[in-house]
Ligand binder design. Structure first.
Ligand code: KG4
Ligand code: ZN
Length: 413
């Protein structure tokens, strides 16, 4: 853009004026671009953030319920609902205050409306609809998994199409992201999600009684203990070895580990609830089997995309996100596959892999830029506990029956 000297002078004058008001550079930049408030309450985190069009986070706040749910041994929906109810107003206000943004300055409010726990989703949706009506702002309903998939674009210039593996406590899916609201679903879990399986194994191992793990989620606890474990001591079978598609199954891993724990308890002569001496080895084998299963299905997804020219030939990208994607061992195993296939792997930092308001605000920005799914404040938007992501291609993947080449999965300690 060519700028005439008089315009440059005028702009400089405006910036100086703003400086005299004490505005920081980032604040000035933000004021020139559109701002979206994002609100997340789909499970057990109450999150809010204000993000601008360039992906700058102006303010954010997150209230995590992990500690409460750890005590009760899992998320109890009415408890999660009550905690969202108690915290949402404060969390949103904190994000706005930190951003130094008044609601009138927002271009839109984006909120998770699907999928998730209905009692939790309801609090965010109800709060947001009241908020947009009060301040007369457009409303952008957000699909939680779409938000996980797009977060990476706030941090890196990743162009569509790219392959995405989303792994969390509630989800496990492989999809091709072709646009902001255009996904091909290649496979998903037939039973539980990997984070759920890890959480249940951690609970069965009573890891909350472990001095190093009392404040950690199940997945984090397994990752920590696995560092000192021998994964070869109790080998497990990787699930679905004979099914040549991209579906996942984690309940079998959980059952195998439960039986292993029962056997070890009998051998050590201890009751359920006592920490086993081999707890690190069990953590290591569980983590490795989850990683190997994810890697195999992801490998097939890459080969399917290649065979059907679904990924760009230059610099194809695999994005891995969701709570389980913060596991460094799982990342390393997936990277072995990505490197073998000449695919770059990108993972958002752990903070953005787990649920937060930033990813919802960013999804709002992406939709605002493309003018997709922006509703007037008066429209009633229902929440949907179950909502698939994109067009289901799992039958086509199964029909392709792609055999995987052997890959040695060895992660150096
Ligand atoms: O994405 P997220 O915050 O919430 C949803 O489930 O949507 O993911 C939480 C899940 C939990 O199951 C937790 O145990 C798992 O992610 N997780 C991990 C790690 N950190 C969190 N799993 C494995 N390794 C980790 N480091
Ligand atoms: Zn999530």
């Amino acid at each position: 853009m060519i700028m005439f000297p008089s315009k440059v002078k005028a702009l400089r004058g405006l910036l100086q004026f703003r400086n005299t008001l004490g505005c920081s550079y980032s604040l000035r930049k933000a004021r020139l671009s559109r701002l979206v408030l994002g609100i997340e309450t789909s499970c057990d985190d109450t999150g809010a953030a204000v993000v601008d069009e360039s992906g700058q986070i102006l303010g954010e706040s997150l209230h995590s319920q992990t500690e409460v749910h750890l005590r009760t041994g899992g998320v109890i929906p009415p408890v999660a609902q009550q905690l969202h109810r108690e915290n949402i107003k404060r969390v949103v206000q904190e994000a706005l205050d930190m951003s130094n943004v008044h609601p009138s300055q927002l271009s839109a409010v984006a909120t998770t409306v699907k999928p998730g726990l209905s009692l939790s989703l309801g609090i965010g949706v109800e709060f947001s609809q009241r908020f947009v009506r009060q301040h007369n702002k457009p409303f952008i309903p957000i699909h939680h998994m779409e938000a996980h998939a797009l977060t990476v674009r706030m941090l890196h210039p990743v162009a569509f199409p790219f392959l995405v593996l989303l792994v969390s406590g509630g989800h496990s899916l492989l999809a091709l992201a072709r646009g902001v609201d255009d996904f091909l679903l290649l496979g998903q879990s037939l039973d539980v999600a990997p984070g759920d399986a890890l959480d249940k194994v951690a609970r069965r191992l009573s890891l909350k009684n472990h001095p190093l793990c009392s404040k950690l989620s199940g997945g984090q606890a397994i990752e920590l203990l696995a560092k000192d474990g021998d994964r070869t001591r109790f080998p497990l079978t990787t699930p679905m070895g004979k099914t040549k598609d991209c579906s996942f199954s984690f309940s079998g891993i959980r059952n195998q580990v439960t039986m292993m724990i029962q056997k070890e308890e009998a051998e050590e002569g201890v009751e359920e609830g006592t920490l086993l001496s081999c707890v690190n080895d069990i953590a290591a084998t569980t983590q490795h089997t989850v990683a190997a299963h994810l890697a195999k299905r992801t490998h097939r997804a890459i080969l399917f995309c290649k065979a059907n020219n679904l990924l760009p030939s230059s610099n194809p990208t695999l994005v891995v996100s969701g709570g389980v994607a913060s596991n460094q061992y799982i990342r390393k195993v997936l990277n072995i596959i990505a490197e073998k296939e000449g695919v770059s792997m990108l993972c958002p930092p752990a903070k953005f892999c787990t649920d937060n308001g930033v990813m919802i605000a960013w999804n709002g920005v992406e939709r605002l830029r493309e003018g997709k799914g922006i509703l007037p404040p008066s429209v009633d938007v229902p929440y949907e506990p179950k909502a698939p992501l994109g067009v289901d291609m799992s039958e086509e993947v199964r029909a392709a029956c792609i055999k995987l080449p052997r890959v040695k999965i060895e992660v150096p300690r």
